[in-house]
Design a protein around this ligand. Structure first.
Ligand SMILES: [Zn+2]
Length: 283
């Protein structure tokens, strides 16, 4: 029988092998995680990585954040501070290898940049957290850098801004990472006694030990729209309190409504907002 349904002729020759046939658009477009709009990367960058269609705030890295907030150049402090890996911790991968990878990939020593520069012409100290560095987790280095920045703010009597973006304490440093909560909080109490203003900016996500310490201890605590902010994850809380959690719980807007935040500020207004808040604090 004639196999009429079979292709008898030779296939048309493909000019390019199938795995190379896809159009290379990677790096040109980004699909919005919220509204699924396809946004041209240049438009996204020009808009400080906020979706022009739905205003979804994409995550900024530590350097982009400093570029957003500070006037021009800044001086970086304690750039060389590195973790001593006190527990020689290993999970699916040795902690030392994780650190090495993150350092190589991001060209930074740990998950935070401590910068000194100008904001609206006013000298400020600004810590900016890097989520891509082991989930922006807070270990001894992050704790120490934040503490030193607070101490510098006290010594120089200039305002402090900390932009949080963190999964919480760094598990690979165990108790030592938890001790940072107390150390940083004590330093902030000294800052408060010396009446130096501290503005905390909570971005997506701010969770765990960072929420439980410096992120919620600002003279004013402000967040970006839609940011996930919390301590433990919703499942853990539901299991603990044996209650269903309300919708939208742990978003910046929900926390604002319930009195945990002072403001939810769109990224395009963030610098102006901080600047006028500092005008208010520093007469
Ligand atoms: Zn969108």
């Amino acid at each position: 029988m004639m196999a009429w349904f079979k292709r008898e002729k030779k296939r048309i020759e493909q000019p390019t092998p199938p795995d190379e046939r896809r159009v290379k658009t990677e790096g040109l477009w980004t699909k919005c995680a919220h509204c699924s709009a396809i946004v041209w990367n240049k438009d996204l960058e020009a808009n400080w990585r906020v979706c022009p269609k739905c205003q979804y705030h994409f995550r900024l890295n530590a350097i982009q954040r400093l570029e957003l907030l500070l006037d021009s150049r800044w001086i970086e402090h304690d750039a060389g501070l590195t973790s001593s890996n006190p527990l020689q911790f290993t999970d699916t991968k040795p902690y030392a290898a994780r650190l090495k990878d993150a350092r190589r990939k991001l060209n930074m020593s740990d998950a935070i940049i401590s910068a000194e520069g100008l904001l609206g012409g006013r000298p400020v100290l600004c810590c900016s957290m890097e989520f891509n560095f082991i989930g922006g987790s807070m270990g001894a280095v992050v704790g120490e850098k934040v503490t030193r920045t607070i101490e510098a703010a006290i010594a120089k009597h200039i305002p402090l801004i900390i932009v949080s973006c963190s999964g919480g304490a760094r598990m690979m440093e165990g108790t030592i990472s938890l001790m940072q909560l107390a150390k940083v909080s004590a330093a902030l109490a000294r800052l408060d006694e010396d009446r130096v203003p501290y503005i905390s900016v909570l971005t997506d996500p701010t969770t765990g030990g960072v929420t439980a310490s410096y992120a919620m201890l600002g003279d004013i605590n402000i967040a970006e729209p839609g940011a996930l902010i919390g301590f433990a994850g919703p499942r853990v809380i539901e299991q603990t309190i044996r209650q269903k959690l309300p919708k939208g719980f742990q978003t910046a807007e929900f926390l604002m409504e319930h009195g945990f935040l002072d403001a939810v500020v769109h990224r395009k207004d963030l610098k102006t907002y901080i600047s006028s808040a500092l005008d208010f604090f520093v007469a």
